[in-house]
Design a protein around this ligand. Structure first.
Ligand code: FE
Length: 204
């Protein structure tokens, strides 16, 4: 299987003024593409080359895991944003967040604190177990799929994600992400997808 770098769901300048074209350009073209190219080199001619990225994540470790998870995490991260996004969600996501955190502002505070509290590089996530949602963070390339948690939303908190625009202010970057960029329709679609997959498993 030849892996393709998924196209960005918007133009590289489309998240400005909140996330600069330069940040998106470097992050996508250098980091995301770099992980994919390193993965391809590592698995060339090996059984992993026939697997999907998700299968590689679930069945490998070391460098192969790191590169595959970084490919997946970045593809997911780009989809978590949209121009003129952010703010409070409606519908089912609003209800799930309210059930878990009592209010959107408490969720926002928890998401930002969880992302700021991730020591070193990693991701802050909103995850789902089929019934409830919660915020969590992972180190380096790690992904909640490994804990059987369904990722709904992520923000990349590696320095390469925010240093050009926000220097060392990770908290400001996370506030901006929630206020201006989150694609809540994508988050809602992940809930639907997770429910469909779980009901398939029950039927099987
Ligand atoms: Fe990144």
């Amino acid at each position: 299987m030849k892996f393709e770098l998924p196209a960005l769901p918007y133009a590289k300048h489309a998240l400005e003024p909140h996330m600069s074209r330069e940040t998106v350009e470097y992050h996508y073209e250098k980091h995301h593409r770099g992980y994919l190219e390193r993965l391809e080199k590592l698995i060339a001619g090996k059984p992993e080359a026939e697997k999907t990225i998700e299968d590689i994540i679930r069945t490998s470790d070391g460098k192969v895991f790191n590169m595959a998870a970084q490919v997946w995490n970045h593809s997911f991260f780009w989809n978590c944003m949209q121009p003129k996004g952010g703010g409070e969600p409606g519908g089912e996501i609003a209800k799930l967040i309210h059930d878990a955190y009592g209010s959107f502002s408490h969720f926002r505070e928890t998401f930002v604190t969880t992302g700021k509290g991730r020591f070193g590089s990693g991701y802050v996530w909103l995850v789902f177990d089929g019934k409830r949602v919660w915020c969590t963070s992972t180190l380096n390339a790690e992904n909640p799929l490994l804990n059987n948690e369904t990722p709904l939303l992520t923000c990349d908190v590696w320095e390469h994600a925010y240093y050009l625009d926000h220097r060392n202010d990770r908290g400001k970057y996370l506030d901006m992400f929630l206020q201006h960029l989150v694609n809540w329709d994508f988050v809602a679609a992940q809930v639907k997808r997770a429910r469909a997959l779980r009901s398939d498993r029950l039927v099987a």
